[in-house]
Write a protein that binds this ligand. Structure first.
Ligand SMILES: *Cc1c(COP(=O)(O)O)cnc(C)c1O
Length: 358
């Protein structure tokens, strides 16, 4: 039966799959909720937004995204607050980045009204898939890809936006052992590093696989020219506490502008524990800080984990051990503050919570 919610047609799944999910033991991304939002770009505009049962889609093997890579995604989260509300964290900020990614790939921007109404409609049908606060969150994955079917190398004239969701557990990453990459690059300045486009991830698999075979968990990416300045860690932004300052690489076209990065820097400036510096970080500075004992924390930041502690950085054949994050460490304090804000336990001073009535 089709009903209309906020001008979005909704076709409900005949049967929910939610009873198949063990909400106490969620793994990242292995369950997809009952519905998805689908929007088509045709005749020069985004149209026909609809919520339909999550299912396989039929596409031509000739669609341009598969051949030439016009494919872009986002990753954000919906929370169940302590008072039971549905809260999507900073969706407008994620949409702004999605539109920057789309622009870089010559793909059409998504209008904010369609994006937000689509999320609203999706939450109305699938809010029961949002885990309880202690069990996890609902990961939201918007995907935009070229659908025109032809072999010529060209910019597609048609696209699809699909938003799917997946309940995920509280992500606890074991402290990372990092390899400083001094041969491969994830991207280069002037390239597509600041965009969340599919090719960036496909291209990172090979160097990451080599690092894993060498006994590391992730790569600490450095600049493409000299392999001297730090960009990111794996698929996360990176921060250090050195000499009582919170330091993170300043944004370039080779760095993905994380929403978590922005949230943490904003909170850090507010909490006033450490002054914040956004600037280039030379790997020699990190090495020297180890030697002097002034490097007290290093961690990755991203939507999936919020913060991911770094245990070891391997530089020029030497393992540098970083002190373990204790309860008074900045990374755990800021993580708790951010989580409390999203669960409605602390005032939402920056208007980051987008409460959806369901
Ligand atoms: C998604 C992503 C991040 C983190 O962004 P968040 O908005 O904080 O989740 C950082 N680096 C890369 C390469 C990413 O793809």
């Amino acid at each position: 039966m089709a009903t209309v919610t906020s001008s979005i047609a909704v076709e409900r799944a005949k049967e929910s799959r939610i009873s198949e999910v063990d909400f106490k033991n969620l793994e990242f991304g292995n369950h997809l909720a009952d519905h998805m939002l689908v929007v088509d770009y045709e005749d020069g505009q985004w149209q026909n937004p609809r919520v339909v049962p999550f299912a396989d889609i039929l596409v031509s093997p000739a669609i341009l995204s598969l051949h030439y890579g016009q494919s872009v995604f986002e990753g954000m989260k919906a929370f169940r607050t302590r008072s039971g509300d549905v809260n999507i964290f900073r969706p407008q900020k994620h949409l702004a980045r999605l539109n920057r990614s789309l622009d870089r790939m010559v793909m059409p921007a998504i209008p904010e009204d369609i994006f937000l109404a689509g999320l609203q409609a999706l939450m109305e049908v699938d809010h029961n898939w949002i885990p309880d606060p202690d069990d996890g969150t609902l990961y939201i994955r918007p995907l935009v890809f070229a659908t025109e079917a032809r072999l010529g190398v060209k910019v597609s004239s048609t696209y699809k936006l699909i938003i799917m969701t997946s309940p995920v557990g509280p992500y606890q990453s074991k402290p990372y052992r990092l390899k400083v990459e001094n041969h491969f690059v994830r991207t280069a300045e002037g390239g597509t590093g600041f965009a969340k486009c599919a090719g960036n991830y496909g291209g990172a698999f090979y160097p990451t696989q080599i690092a894993r075979q060498e006994g590391f968990d992730q790569i600490l990416w450095t600049d493409h020219k000299e392999h001297k300045y730090i960009d990111e860690v794996g698929m996360m932004n990176v921060m250090f506490v050195i000499g009582g300052k919170l330091i993170t690489p300043k944004l370039t076209s080779a760095i993905l502008e994380g929403v978590t990065r922005d949230s943490i820097l904003t909170l850090a400036r507010d909490m006033g524990i450490y002054p914040v510096e956004e600037r280039r970080i030379n790997i020699d500075e990190v090495k020297e800080a180890f030697t002097k004992g002034t490097l007290t924390e290093a961690f990755g930041t991203g939507t999936a984990a919020v913060v991911a502690p770094i245990a070891v950085i391997h530089i020029d054949g030497v393992d540098y051990q970083i002190p373990a994050a204790g309860p008074t460490s900045f990374q755990l304090q800021v993580k708790e503050k951010l989580n409390n804000m999203r669960l409605g336990l602390e005032p939402d001073r920056y208007g980051w919570n987008y409460i959806v009535k369901v």
